[in-house]
Write a protein that binds this ligand. Structure first.
Ligand code: FAD
Length: 494
């Protein structure tokens, strides 16, 4: 352990965000990382406590606490304090294929479980991870390291999101020959066409996938498996197939007036901005634009927040964000102690920006939409909203949100973005493969396994566990790789 008193000697210093006024001028990432020297001090704040929950990745209070990848956090905190940056990178890569993604987009479950944070400010684990991986690229040791021996086994991975990429990386490093099929025009899944540029600039994805290509992975874009290529063809060409197609089926809001022009799913909106930004710098104007419009985002989660931030950058006239549930407390409730995931109200970057631009928090709680109203040309012009209150369902005994009679009111709105969650996998893929799904349309497997009911077909990521987090998708990709490898070789060292 580097500095036993580090957590008392140094205050937490994190990467600074640009002011709202500055950062909404473009779609770039907006945090200024700490200098290498300052980051080393932050590493010294790690207490190397007896029980490092930060790396536990276990269920506490029904939610995951600590890193699902079991990243060796105390080890690399110590290594950066000692100035051993390359060793720190090697320890980090041992458990995490893509620290450049997680250090940008992860909600940092590790920091919420950090012992330092039990009674003070947690260690800047995410910023330390960022420092380690960016330094590795700068110094050139984040580079292609192709496997020395090939096994002669062929594997197809369907889907190039974080789970598919992690599975491909692991299996390729093991010496199997891997081809990744992606229906979109660019690699990355929701990393590319979901999470906005402000959180993850897209050359960060390309920088990694170029290395993976150099290491021998073949990427085939614009191939929609189940439509452009037959499943029987794939199964005869490859020894194993890994499905990593995500859970891209959005939950709809089925109320009167839903067919009005101007109502979109969040990911379609976010994708259209990113694609246009990458293709033409937003010059061709084919993206769904919020410019000059009253925007209503339905859903108070992270996807909704990304829609708020993107709408503000477009130049929206106003932004409203609806949340059905009551506002969470600002600090941990007594029944939600450390190291559980804190169920507290988080004001994310998009909401901060709305406060900065419009002067108030865009979120309204315990509210939903009852009706959309269009003008004579079918264009959305307003929405009728209704207030909700929690009430016990008489049949099930479960708490439900019920409408408050007479609480309806109307708001002007020309653009609605539905960010109400995801229902699971898309049926054309699951049907084409003949894999069984559960009630949520996630692909079924036995507990702790990634094997489907179809021989030689495995599944991972959101398609397996439902819409989740990048860090869990990477975990899924690593786990499926281990199982596939074992099924091919009779043992595994992954
Ligand atoms: P995906 O990333 O969904 O990738 C699946 C890929 O499969 C897609 O590229 C798709 O085109 C491809 N595909 C599907 N069917 C076929 C087919 N038949 N043939 C070929 N290709 C196919 N998580 C975080 O941790 N932090 C965040 O900040 C965050 N922000 C988010 C923002 C938004 C708007 C959304 C929607 C999600 C966000 N998430 C975030 C969640 C996270 O992005 C997902 O949990 C993660 O990407 C899932 O990875 P995956 O590989 O399972 O699937």
């Amino acid at each position: 352990m580097g500095k036993p008193t580090g957590f008392m000697d140094y205050e937490r210093e994190d990467a600074e965000a640009l002011s709202v006024a500055e950062r909404i001028k473009n779609y770039d990432e907006f945090h200024t990382p700490l200098s290498k020297e300052e980051q080393q001090k932050q590493g010294a704040r790690c207490m190397e406590c007896g029980v490092p929950f930060c790396q536990s990745g276990m269920q506490v209070g029904g939610m995951i606490t600590g890193c699902p990848l079991n990243n060796l956090i105390p080890e690399w905190n110590d290594l950066i304090y000692q100035g051993c940056w390359e060793q720190a990178y090697n320890r980090l890569r041992l458990t995490n294929n893509f620290p450049e993604f997680t250090s940008r987009v992860c909600p940092a479950l590790c920091e919420k479980a950090c012992t330092c944070g039990a009674n003070g400010n947690a260690v800047t684990v995410r910023a330390n991870e960022y420092g380690i991986v960016e330094n590795a690229y700068e110094q050139g040791y984040a580079c292609a390291k192709p496997p020395k021996v090939r096994t002669g086994k062929k594997i197809a991975v369907i889907g190039s999101g974080p789970s598919g990429l992690a599975a491909a990386d692991q299996l390729n490093q093991r010496g199997h020959s891997v081809t990744v099929y992606e229906r979109s025009d660019r690699i990355g899944g929701l990393l590319m066409y979901g999470i906005p540029n402000m959180k993850l600039e897209k050359d960060v994805i390309e920088r990694r996938t170029e290395i993976m290509q150099e290491e021998g992975i073949e990427f085939l874009t614009e191939v929609n498996v189940g439509k452009d290529i037959k499943v029987s063809e794939l199964l005869s060409q490859y020894d194993r197939v890994v499905l990593a197609c995500g859970a891209s089926n959005p939950r709809d809001i089925k109320v009167k007036g839903r067919e009005s022009e101007g109502i979109y799913f969040a990911v379609d909106f976010l994708k259209s901005t990113t694609k246009s930004l990458l293709d033409t710098g937003l010059k061709e104007g084919s993206f769904i634009s919020a410019k000059g419009k009253n925007v209503m985002v339905i859903g108070g989660g992270d996807t909704g927040n990304d829609c708020v931030g993107t709408s503000i950058r477009h130049g929206a006239k106003s932004v409203l964000q609806l949340e059905m549930m009551p506002k969470l407390p600002d600090t941990r409730a007594e029944n939600n102690p450390w190291p559980e995931w804190p169920r507290v109200c988080k004001t994310d970057y998009g909401q901060e920006e709305a406060i900065g631009v419009f002067g108030s928090d865009p979120r309204v709680y315990q509210t939903t939409v009852k009706e959309f109203v269009a003008d004579e040309k079918g264009k959305l012009k307003s929405a009728v909203l209704v207030k909700l209150k929690p009430e016990k369902d008489k049949k099930t005994g479960r708490m439900m949100m019920k409408e408050i009679e007479g609480s309806e009111y109307s708001v002007d709105v020309e653009l609605v973005l539905i960010a109400a969650g995801f229902l699971g996998s898309e049926s054309y893929v699951t049907k084409a493969f003949g894999v069984e799904t559960d009630g949520r349309t996630n692909v079924s497997t036995t507990k702790d396994s990634h094997r489907t009911n179809v021989e030689n077909v495995f599944v991972c990521g959101d398609m397996h566990i439902g819409q989740s987090l990048v860090v869990r998708a990477i975990r899924e990709g690593r786990d499926v790789a281990r199982e596939v490898d074992e099924s091919l070789m009779g043992y595994t060292n992954l």
